[in-house]
Design a protein around this ligand. Structure first.
Ligand code: FAD
Length: 446
């Protein structure tokens, strides 16, 4: 009898699980329920359609349910929300949102890929119609419609990557943009001295960055949004974007009695199995182990979500693939600059009480005599005794992505700063230097 797999959530983790399951078993019955109208869309591309870089909205809709049915023989149901799991009967209850009917579906294996939901702090005025969050296509459409209508100003609340990408997108559309961040830095995954240049760079493009002030309340007046910050600082704008983080979407899992971890994500083992061996979970909804500290944490990123979905499908079909730990490798474009990091930050090392050493180097992205390069800030964190790499961050203009990915690979491989000296990396003047920034960081650290 063919295995019947039900997947809840049809984007990164869910679709990669479904597609992988099909590749491993031609006969399996694979059913995907997605509560929204779109599946498998490119959420990471949403800010770039608002900015106008990705002109055609259709480019974000990577595949349609019809494609998935034709190419992979998946049964994909959009506007179908799974509302209950019965673990004893091994069924899910699903609401068809188009006509409000309810249906029941049996599973042999269930994969929860329910993602995460943008935080909307419960504060006065937060439901103002011109305060937006950005997670999916309808959110993007709503924001873009307001921008296209010709508003003049926006306040972006939150200096994480979505806030920074949105501030850039709106500024490039010609709006006056305020970015407000409660902590004393933007891009919390980097250390403060590394993220500083990114904030200055945003200012140089006309984004007004305010650090160290949180939002107390919102008010609406004459169609405008009034944002009241700490210290009685009041700002007005035509619209506001709330980008203050996400919360794992675990309602279904919790109601079904599956184990939820301390960070609020679904607990899974290395095969992405929940506390019920017939139910797997993957993506932003789950907790993962930090690669360096070993602590449970949340790492809502697309790469891990895709990999975890694939691992869940592998395990259902008897493969021993494992998801061990998350390194949190990430990268961000900020106008002409790039900031990236991998492994653990200095802040987190201090918090975890881990002994470390650090070096900073400022090499050019490529050979100085070839046009178009600038010095980058490169920071390396490593163990005080053996020199094992713990983390790396880079901020600059050209070549940041390449160095972060080399260092991400080095951390994954358990390499030391001594190994970095010896790495033989590709070189021609437009791309690098005979002594690559990664080699240089190794020389200085060793
Ligand atoms: P999601 O993609 O959120 O998919 C979950 C789906 O489950 C949703 O469509 C939801 O509607 C559906 N669902 C939930 N509950 C139910 C239910 N009960 N029944 C049916 N369906 C349900 N990551 C990066 O690594 N790099 C980036 O540059 C980057 N940029 C981003 C930019 C933006 C604007 C956003 C929003 C995210 C970005 N991310 C980025 C994060 C990345 O998109 C997520 O980590 C990834 O999408 C997580 O995949 P997922 O499948 O777990 O969750």
């Amino acid at each position: 009898k063919p295995t019947r797999i039900v997947v809840v959530g049809g984007v990164a983790a869910g679709m990669s699980a479904a597609a992988r399951a099909r590749r491993l078993d031609e006969r399996a019955q694979i059913i995907v329920f997605e509560k929204d109208r779109y599946v498998s869309f490119a959420n990471c591309g949403l800010p770039y359609h608002i900015s106008g870089d990705i002109r055609d909205r259709e480019d974000l809709l990577v595949v349609t349910p019809d494609d998935l049915s034709r190419r992979l023989n998946l049964e994909v149901y959009t506007e179908h929300e799974v509302i209950r799991i019965d673990r004893v009967a091994k069924t899910v209850k699903v609401r068809d949102q188009r006509n409000d009917s309810v249906l029941k579906e049996h599973y042999d294996k269930l994969i929860l890929a329910t993602g995460a939901t943008p935080l909307r702090p419960s504060m006065p005025g937060v439901d103002h119609p011109y305060i937006f969050t950005l997670r999916n296509i309808p959110d993007m459409d709503a924001i873009k419609a307001v921008v296209d209508a010709g508003v003049f100003s926006a306040i972006v609340v939150g200096g994480g990557y979505i806030g920074v990408e949105m501030a850039e997108a709106l500024r490039r559309r010609g709006l006056r943009v305020d970015l407000v961040e409660q902590s004393d830095q933007i891009m919390a995954s980097l250390d403060p001295e590394m993220s500083r240049d990114l904030a200055y760079h945003m200012e140089s493009y006309g984004v007004h960055v305010t650090l160290g002030k949180g939002v107390r309340e919102f008010r609406g007046e004459d169609g405008r949004v009034e944002v009241r910050l700490d210290e009685d600082d009041v700002r007005f704008a035509d619209m506001a974007i709330l980008a203050v983080g996400v919360r794992p979407e675990v309602k279904l899992a919790r109601e079904a009695g599956l184990e939820i971890g301390r960070c609020g994500g679904i607990r899974v083992d290395v095969h992405m199995r929940t506390s019920d061996p017939s139910i797997y979970a993957a993506g932003d909804a789950v907790e993962v182990r930090d690669a360096i500290t070993g602590e449970w944490t949340l790492m809502p990123l697309a790469g891990p979500a895709n990999r975890q979905g694939r691992i869940a499908a592998d395990h259902i079909f008897g493969r021993e693939s494992r998801y061990r730990r998350s390194q949190g490798s990430s990268i961000l474009k900020v106008f002409d600059m790039t900031g990236g990091g991998t492994g653990v930050s200095e802040k987190s090392l201090r918090r975890a009480g881990i002994h470390y050493r650090k070096v900073y180097v400022h090499p050019n992205g490529h050979a100085a005599y070839y046009p178009g390069t600038h010095p980058m800030h490169l920071k390396l964190l490593f163990t005080a005794d053996s020199g094992h790499l713990l983390g790396a961050q880079a901020v600059g203009f050209d070549g940041v992505d390449k160095r972060i990915d080399v260092l991400a690979t080095a951390i994954h491989a358990g390499m030391t700063v001594y190994d970095l000296e010896e790495l033989e990396l590709s070189y021609a003047p437009p791309y690098g230097s005979a002594k690559d920034p990664v080699n240089i960081a190794g020389f200085v650290a060793a």
